[in-house]
Design a protein around this ligand. Structure first.
Ligand code: IPD
Ligand code: CA
Ligand code: CA
Ligand code: CA
Length: 277
């Protein structure tokens, strides 16, 4: 659609700059925003390019962007949610796995998303009700229903951030029963790979809306289930996400969800049988 075209051309324009900067990362100026969170002038430049392109096409719409924050538009129904460079750590280490992520929110709901890896030229896009695609190939989440054959992606909350200690327990549980875990360092691509059926599922805590906005709709339009880590709907702004095909979503929720985190106080009489796993 017209909106997808606008998002794709903004992403592609910023991608050209990122590819140039990736060729000379040692020249970039880098500063530290927080534990494990870096930003460079490449991030800033990509963000400015994307904002200018989106604004030119849709002058009234608002923004939520990682580096410059919110910018309310005159049109309060529409908002672009943008991560100009998802995977900054990979980028700065010369690892060719990073992405530009652009989501479109309408009336509080994500209705379109674009995730572009400028190095592989894999362009993931989805629009509500229209399916999810990589370039021109239709995407479908994995059909696997066997946890022991499943590969799961995650992200590790840095030490000192909330969620670090519970994460280590979650990871041990998933490792014990699955075919493996990947921590590739790019939440938007973890979601895109889940939409493409490369991963059976993905979970992470400590995320921001710009990390997941576009990926959420990719997974949904590829037939997957997206919730927060409690199985609820606070996955955009709530900081936690769990995305997978329906059967692996249930399995992952059992492993890393609230029940798994907090076995809870002593069981009251009568509930023992129901919880006996
Ligand atoms: C990060 C990546 C990473 C995730 C972090 C994010 P950034 O984004 O998505 O996979 O684990 O939580 O902050 O900072 O590179 O845009
Ligand atoms: Ca960052
Ligand atoms: Ca990010
Ligand atoms: Ca970023």
């Amino acid at each position: 659609s017209a909106n997808i075209n606008v998002m794709v051309s903004a992403a592609q324009k910023a991608a050209r700059g990122l590819v140039r900067d990736f060729g000379e990362v040692e020249q970039l100026q880098v500063s530290v925003k927080g534990p494990g969170d870096f930003v460079s002038n490449a991030d800033m430049k990509a963000e400015r390019t994307i904002k200018a392109e989106l604004k030119r096409a849709r002058p009234e719409w608002g923004f939520l962007m990682e580096e410059s924050g919110t910018d309310a538009g005159r049109d309060t129904r529409h908002r672009w949610i943008v991560d100009p460079l998802d995977g900054t750590s990979n980028f700065l280490h010369g690892i060719p796995h990073f992405a530009i992520s652009i989501g479109l929110e309408r009336d509080g709901e994500i209705v379109a998303g674009v995730v572009l890896n400028p190095i592989t030229d894999e362009l993931y896009w989805a629009e509500k009700g229209q399916g999810a695609f990589m370039n021109d190939r239709r995407l479908r989440v994995s059909a696997r229903r066997d946890v022991s054959a499943s590969l799961f992606a995650t992200g590790i909350p840095y030490k000192g951030k909330p969620g670090h200690a519970p994460f280590l327990r979650q990871m041990a549980k998933v490792m014990a029963v699955s075919a493996g875990i990947r921590r590739m360092g790019v939440a938007s691509l973890d979601l895109a790979f889940t939409a493409a059926g490369r991963f059976e599922g993905f979970w992470e805590t400590g995320l921001h809306p710009w990390d997941v906005a576009a990926g959420i709709i990719l997974v949904r339009e590829a037939g997957g289930t997206v919730t927060d880590l409690k199985g609820g709907t606070e996955f955009l702004a709530g900081g936690t996400i769990l995305a997978a095909n329906a059967s692996m979503h249930r399995a992952l929720l059992d492993l890393v969800g609230p029940e798994a985190q907090h076995p809870g106080p002593a069981q009251t009489a009568g509930t023992d049988a129901a919880s006996g796993t």
